[in-house]
Each structure stands twice: as C-alpha cells, then as structure tokens.
Design a protein around this ligand. Sequence first.
Ligand SMILES: C[S@@+](CC[C@H](N)C(=O)[O-])C[C@H]1O[C@@H](n2cnc3c(N)ncnc32)[C@H](O)[C@@H]1O
Length: 213
Amino acid sequence: MGRRALPKIEPQLDLSAHFRTLEELPQPWNPNALFTKDAPLEVEIGSGKGLFLQNAASSCPQHNFLGIEMAHKYARFTAARLAKRGLRNALAVQGDGLRLMREMIPDNTLTAVHVYFPDPWWKKRHHKRRVLNEPFLVDVYRTLRTQGRFHFWTDVQDYFEATLQLIAAHTRFVGPLDVEEKPPEHDLDFRTHFERRTRLNEQPVYRAEFIKK
Ligand SMILES: C[S@@+](CC[C@H](N)C(=O)[O-])C[C@H]1O[C@@H](n2cnc3c(N)ncnc32)[C@H](O)[C@@H]1O
C-alpha cells in the first residue's frame, strides 16, 4: 500500500458498529447481524484505505457494503472513515477475503463483488499468491445472485489478461463489459486510492465488469 503513514484514528471515535475481524462475523452467515437494514450486499476484497467503501456507501444508501482487508491498520482506518461519516450501511472487516468467500458466504447471496488493484505478485513463481486465482473466481461466481456483478480493475495488464482467461475457463460469467473512464470532478473522485495514484501518474487502468446470468 501507500508509503505515507496513515493519520491517527481519533481515540474517542466509536468503531464498534464499523469494525469486525473475520472471526467475529456471524456463523452461520447472517448479514442482518452486521447492518441496521436488510439490503442487497456488496463485498469488496482488499479494501485498502476504504475510499471505495466510503463513496459507494454514501452514494448508494439502499445497499450494504462489506470490505475485507488483510492489513489490520488499513481495516481500522477504513472503519474510522465510515464511523466518522455515520455510514451504517458499510463495515470494515480485518481478515483474509479468500476465506470469507470460501468458508462463510452462501451461494447466490451477493449483489456485487469488487476487487480493485489486487497485489500483482510480479514473479511467475509467486502468481499462485494472487487473490484472483481459480478457486476464488469460482467462489465469486457461486456467491453472486443472478444478475449479480463482478468488478475487477487493475493497472497490471498481464494480471488483467490472465484473470480474463481464468474467468472464461472456470465460470459462466457474461463479459467482460466495457467500463468507461470518467474524468474526476474533485481530488478524491476515483474508485480507489490506487486508481487515483495510477491515474495521477498517467498510467493505464484496465477495467472489467461481469454479470452472472
Ligand atoms: C494494492 S492494494 C489496493 C487497495 C485498494 N483496493 C485500492 O485500490 O486502493 C491491495 C490490498 O489488498 C489487501 N489484500 C491482499 N490479499 C488480501 C486478502 N487475501 N484478503 C483481504 N485483503 C487482501 C492488501 O493488504 C492491500 O491492502
């Protein structure tokens, strides 16, 4: 993630409605125990500093959003971002998103899954550590409802193309659909922090969206 230290979380901020660890999630799966309203659920894997969750939860209050992030400090930072803005339809979870998808989320339940700028693991012998591997993509397909959408963006062309091939070989998704690049209207008008960084560096972003029919 970014090189700059994260700002300190205000000690008086109550994170209890916005932060969980993976182990604290309800088993069997019950999103009603996590959010105030029963609503379509969107999941983001590798939510980083939480810009997507903040923007999505405020612009789409009729959906619930759960972001899972391996790094504890980023997950808590995201929870603070959500708590500060009183976004009760969004939750930051610390833990392994692959386990969340494989072990907890039932079939045909999610409205969308989002993966933005996953760690590239450049060396070929490390490709097996990539989040977008075959079992994960099968889980994305399995957990989405009919008409559910999978969003995947990256700045790594090789990762993008390899993922499109895995999706074609191991799922029945319709896509990739084109996703247009929009000019930002303000300094934080990007899908995620990594999209912001990539675009400010004038590097290309590869975007794909798939639908489960
Ligand atoms: C390159 S960063 C991108 C963060 C954010 N999506 C963005 O676009 O700004 C990738 C993030 O994925 C997280 N991550 C990697 N593997 C993960 C996993 N299995 N489960 C949850 N988070 C993971 C990393 O800790 C890191 O914060």
